[in-house]
Design a protein around this ligand. Structure first.
Ligand SMILES: Nc1ncnc2c1ncn2[C@@H]1O[C@H](COP(=O)(O)OP(=O)(O)O)[C@@H](O)[C@H]1O
Ligand SMILES: CC(C)(COP(=O)(O)O)[C@@H](O)C(=O)NCCC(=O)O
Ligand SMILES: [K+]
Length: 265
């Protein structure tokens, strides 16, 4: 299979089969893509991995960027001979969705909750995804309860850089474990953003645990900036960079058991 996590900054994709996940590649989620640019790039990735297009059983996708969905469907149809299956549209997630309007929640958030529940057997799980936005998602007693949407790390830095005359766009360097009092603009920004998000993470997970009456809820972090935060706070129990990919694989095999998959190949 080819698994896709389509986010607002990056499209992450990786080859996978019943033995697990291959290397994850990251493509920019730009609106300049065409189905040909995507199809050729994805076919090139398969070639680099020594996988012929005909060997790909299915594309399994989670997407929160609707304009890319039709391009990816066309790329799959034009360059591959397999179905493009969207989660949860084509492959339902066996996780009760308690959102007031269930279809409103981002597929990535539901998938993250499903993946966490598949990987961990704690009664209460809090998934934090440090993506374009920072999302907090709560799973309790096997149901997805919803959560919080906060500004993302890079979105905040970008906004600050564009809204101010003198603040540069910075690429966040992982700080040391302790906050420094900034003595330069760059250091003030770097530590302000990194430790500001760490405080947000610590504060919100504490409040969510109280609200969920689950002081020992497991906190699982994923997304591009998760490693930076995990280095400076102790409130993350598990760093799971491949959480969504693991969720896509589990969702696929919930519906197509590996035995069937072997029979189909
Ligand atoms: N391996 C990485 N190391 C550092 N930053 C990363 C990495 N992967 C992604 N990022 C950054 O993390 C941010 C969120 O990326 P990502 O989690 O892919 O967002 P989304 O899922 O919203 O597209 C982006 O600004 C991206 O540049
Ligand atoms: C909150 C999100 C933008 C996060 O997406 P990402 O940061 O991964 O690009 C995405 O989950 C989304 O579009 N959600 C729909 C609104 C909701 O979940 O309520
Ligand atoms: K994401």
């Amino acid at each position: 299979m080819l698994l896709f996590d389509v986010g607002n900054t990056n499209v992450k994709l990786c080859l996978a089969d019943e033995n697990g996940l291959g290397r994850t590649y990251s493509l920019p989620s730009t609106n300049r893509e065409t189905s040909d640019s995507l199809g050729l790039c994805i076919a090139g990735i398969c070639a680099r991995e020594g996988v012929a297009e005909g060997e790909v059983r299915a594309w399994v996708l989670s997407s929160v960027v609707p304009p890319l969905n039709s391009l990816l469907k066309a790329a799959c149809a034009d360059f591959f001979s397999c179905p493009a299956l969207f989660v949860p549209g084509d492959i339902a997630l066996p996780l009760e969705n308690r959102y007031a309007r269930p279809q409103e929640v981002g597929a990535d958030r539901l998938l993250g909750g499903f993946a966490a529940r598949t990987l961990f057997d704690d009664e209460t799980l809090i998934v934090v995804d440090f993506g374009t936005a920072t999302t907090f998602d709560c799973v309790q007693n096997g149901a997805y309860l919803g959560g919080l949407i906060c500004p993302g790390v890079l979105s905040s830095v970008t906004a600050l850089g564009t809204q101010t005359a003198k603040l540069p766009q910075i690429s966040l360097e992982p700080g040391g474990a302790d906050l420094d009092i900034g003595t330069s603009t760059r250091q003030s920004l770097n530590h302000g953003v990194l430790f500001g998000f760490a405080a947000m993470l610590e504060g919100l997970t504490a409040r969510l645990k109280k609200r969920l009456a689950a002081p020992d809820a497991r906190v699982i972090a994923t997304g591009g900036f998760a490693p930076h935060l995990a280095a400076i706070t102790s409130c993350i129990d598990n760093l799971a960079p491949d959480l969504l990919m693991q969720g896509l694989l589990a969702a696929y095999f919930q519906k197509h058991s590996p035995r069937n998959a072997r029979e189909q190949s």
